[in-house]
Write a new protein. Sequence first.
Length: 302
Amino acid sequence: MLQKYLDRFNNEPYGPLLPANNSRFFKTLVSIGALFPAKRAVRSQCKVCGAELLRHAWTYDDQSLICLKCGGKVELWQPLAAARVREDWLPAQLSAQLADAEPVCLVPNRLWRLATVSMGQKNVSVYLFRYIWTDEVDQTIAALDADATERQVLLTTKRIVPAELSGNGRMAIPLVKVARIEREGLVTSVEQLESAIALLDPNPERSTPAGRWFELSDDGSVLRLQGEELSLQRKQRAFALAIAEAHDAGQPRPRQSWVLRRAGYSTKNTSISQICSRKEFARFIDWKNGEVAIRRHLLPPA
Ligand SMILES: [Zn+2]
């Protein structure tokens, strides 16, 4: 639901009216404050310049509506209910949930500093970037440079983000990876933010590698632990390599869903025996609480 909302939030010009209906989507967004309640609206088309516009209007206003572009006479369509996106809702919610803070707008309608949070030994400034396809990102990058902080994380309103936004201690993460909308409102997970940062961050000095207590061959075919070896086949190799990759990025216990996706498995796999039916496998790999890890100590043979 969050991405669907963000698609509206990303509309240009900012804050247009959205034709409303009785769907769960609309009801939830209004009840949590992400949208203003729907009100009567009319769509008008200018008889002179052709401009089309949807705007709130009372019945008694209809006769006096004129084109906002050229002042010409307009033709009105059937009235409908429409709601407006509450522009301050998203940045305010994110700031409050990340650090009990208030957002600071750095580029109007585009970029907000949400909060500064500490992760590992570093302070990380978190931003919301409302990214529009047609945008030049230069202005955003200049604003981020001017706001110099040790590390910067941009939460973006689109799933795909321009590559130039990452690098030099800065990284962009789609907001939908760390937040979701539920019936009660926006839910932001600092934990998911931390693991997203750790997994994205290729620079070992910026993370806190715990040091490997196991050996994994480069192709992932052999895992060695406490002098014993486990041989791995096909996708199991990708599975072990993914755990090791997260491990090196400072996440020795990555989420099962991330590892499964990374290794090309369906996230519907719910038990370790679906990855490998050999009992041996579970002696080396720990799988619980939604996380997966390479064990520090081998389990005794079954
Ligand atoms: Zn006009």
